[in-house]
Design a protein around this ligand. Structure first.
Ligand code: LHQ
Length: 263
């Protein structure tokens, strides 16, 4: 679907996807969902794209669902929010987790409701010190979705997960980093340079090995150790057949920088 709800900028080896409804703090409507999904599919299919940055236009990252599109007074007698998750949010989270290249979220401002949890569904989260993460759902009598109950509990444990979800208090970026919910908090002016530096690094890296690493780490939170050891064996077997592995070892032995092609 043609729409400017998400801007897709192609850079040398990576893409920048910008949620682009700043007047609503980039809250999701259908157009923004469809544009983001389409842009991620393009990134997945394009060998020239070896990393993705997701960020927001304006002063916010994303305020979750556009609530004017989910006003119960306009939705008939029994609004089915489960359908909204099934059709829009759950496929998006699954897409972010399965795209075979690193996805960096550059959280430029407030990330609330599903907006916070979409950020946390990315592989590496860097946030501006001006940003905060708000599990805003309790304020409107909903539960954390878009993976929120999963990320919070796994990254922070039940005590902090419940406190954040039940109070809906903002978690400042610095504290989110200190608690291990995100990778790091940086000065606002450093956010995009830092995200772009990282994406450019990944764009010259062993893309297939990154995809297998992502797969293994995501499986670790549900696997028993024995299963995880078996999975590592299989994924390493696959990584070992890549041209990038041959190149990495040759470069090491020849004491020169490796030139990875991503395959
Ligand atoms: C918005 C929104 C917004 C519309 C700011 N919608 N306009 C899944 C299943 C199905 C349905 C339900 O949802 C979900 C998942 C979810 O995400 S539920 C949670 C939805 N999100 C929220 O509850 C957060 C709502 N927003 C806020 O609490 C505040 O806007 C935050 C704390 C994010 C930022 O506060 P401020 O910095 O004070 O900004 P603001 O409130 O003044 O917002 C700026 C404008 O953006 C304003 O419009 P206006 O015309 O007055 O300038 C807001 O109405 C609009 N906006 N969030 N989610």
């Amino acid at each position: 679907m043609a729409s400017d709800a998400v801007l897709h900028t192609r850079r040398d080896g990576f893409s920048v996807l910008t949620l682009n409804r700043p007047e609503r703090l980039n809250a999701f409507n259908e157009a923004q969902h469809l544009s983001l999904r389409a842009a991620l599919s393009e990134c997945a299919a394009d060998d020239a794209c070896r990393a993705v940055i997701l960020t927001g236009a304006g002063r916010g990252f994303c305020a979750g669902q556009d609530l004017s599109d989910r006003d119960p007074t306009l939705m008939g007698e029994n609004p089915d929010l489960g359908r909204t998750l099934e059709v829009y949010y759950n496929p998006l989270i699954r897409q972010l987790r399965s795209i075979p290249k690193p996805v960096i979220c550059a959280v430029n401002g407030v990330a609330a409701g599903a907006g916070a949890n979409i950020a946390l569904g990315c592989d590496i989260v860097i946030a501006s010190r001006q940003a905060s993460f708000i599990q805003a759902f309790a304020r409107i009598a909903l539960i954390p979705d878009a993976g929120g109950t999963y990320w919070l509990t796994r990254h922070l444990g039940e005590a902090r997960a419940k406190a954040l979800a039940l109070t809906a208090e903002p978690l400042p970026a610095d504290k989110a980093a200190e608690w291990g919910l995100i990778w790091k908090a940086v000065e606002a002016a450093d956010l995009m340079p830092e995200a772009e530096r990282l994406a450019a690094h990944f764009a010259n890296g062993p893309t297939h090995a990154y995809a297998l690493t992502k797969q293994a780490i995501q499986a670790a939170s549900v696997n028993a150790l024995d299963d995880q050891l078996d999975l590592e064996r299989e994924l390493q077997r696959e990584a070992g057949t890549s041209n990038d592995y041959k190149e990495g070892v040759a470069a090491f032995l020849q004491k020169r920088p490796a030139v990875f092609r991503g395959k």
